[in-house]
Design a protein around this ligand. Structure first.
Ligand SMILES: Nc1ncnc2c1ncn2[C@@H]1O[C@H](COP(=O)(O)OP(=O)(O)OP(=O)(O)O)[C@@H](O)[C@H]1O
Ligand SMILES: Cc1ncsc1CCO
Ligand SMILES: [Mg+2]
Length: 274
């Protein structure tokens, strides 16, 4: 079986429990997209139970949109590291404020992440580049384009090598690297950036895929990113056909993940190893 199809198959077969410590803006969408993919979400985040709750899960997602929950992320992250289970980071607005810069550094020091997924401003900040990002959305100056693809791929590869994590950057072009292999993915559509939480949902889904395929978080991350991108294309076709807007798009995006088949994934993914 194609290894990306296998990753999707394993999510549905294993129904991995995914523990998410995530923000209140998009928490419901994150829970629903994990369910749509075939996993089982738990959004427990209180510092008094974070480590214990994580112990029951196949993977942990730490989303820095919930900056106030950083102590929970560290306790739960260390617990999952001890158990050898995947921990996924979404470095929301990592370079945006001094608090976020401190928390990002502390998380990377205290917890070993299997996979880190952010937009180009967030990942460029973690890679030590000067960035223009200040909020949760990518800055135009940081975006990855066909023109700067080579530079961006090297930035992502070097960060993956330094951290020992799979690094994933999302946007018009997605890049994923484990430090050895670097892939560019060209699925998706611009409307995905017109709803809040497509990135948070994507990171949550990466958690489900890594939970189902912990021995190969690179393949799991590429598969989850491709499922998200193809689902964005399905939802966009519906939006254009029906003349709907971003609210319906968000629902259609989750529905498309729910209905994604292994064949659709293999045929639809626009994937290139650099
Ligand atoms: N212009 C675009 N064309 C194609 N796909 C896109 C585009 N912009 C975003 N995407 C897709 O949208 C998803 C979310 O990526 P994005 O980089 O917008 O996350 P984000 O900035 O962290 O979002 P948020 O913080 O609002 O959750 C990814 O699957 C990405 O590939
Ligand atoms: C809008 C927003 N603000 C904090 S987290 C979040 C969700 C998208 O990252
Ligand atoms: Mg984000």
């Amino acid at each position: 079986m194609n290894k990306y199809a296998e990753a999707l198959h394993l999510v549905r077969e294993k129904e991995p429990l995914v523990q998410c410590i995530t923000n209140f803006v998009t928490v419901n969408d994150c829970a629903n997209i994990i369910l749509a993919a075939g996993g089982s979400p738990s959004m427990a985040h209180d510092v008094r139970e974070a480590a214990e709750a994580a112990r029951n899960a196949r993977a942990l997602v730490c989303n820095m949109g919930a900056i106030e929950d950083a102590p929970s992320m560290i306790l739960a992250g260390k617990e999952m590291n001890k158990l050898g289970r995947p921990v996924v980071l979404d470095p929301v607005a990592a370079g945006g404020t001094s608090l976020r810069r401190e928390v990002a550094a502390e998380l990377l020091k205290e917890v070993k992440f299997s996979s880190i997924r952010g937009n180009a401003s967030e990942i460029r900040y973690l890679a030590g580049q000067q960035t223009a990002g200040s909020g949760v959305d990518v800055s135009a100056l940081d975006k990855i384009t066909e023109e700067n693809l080579k530079e961006a791929a090297e930035m992502v590869r070097a960060l993956a090598e330094r951290t020992g994590s799979v690094i994933a950057v999302s946007g018009k072009l997605d890049l994923v690297s484990d430090g050895k292999e670097t892939a560019v993915l060209r699925n998706g559509c611009a409307t995905m950036a017109r709803i809040t939480g497509s990135g948070c949902m994507l990171t949550s889904m990466i958690g489900a895929f890594c939970g189902a395929m912990p021995e190969d978080c690179f393949t799991a991350t590429v598969a989850a990113m491709s499922v998200m991108g193809i689902s964005g294309e399905v939802a966009e076709a519906r939006r254009i056909k029906n003349g709907t807007g971003n609210a319906t798009f968000r629902t259609d995006l989750i529905d498309a993940v729910f209905n994604m088949t292994e064949e659709q994934l293999v045929e639809g993914m626009q994937y290139e190893i650099l």
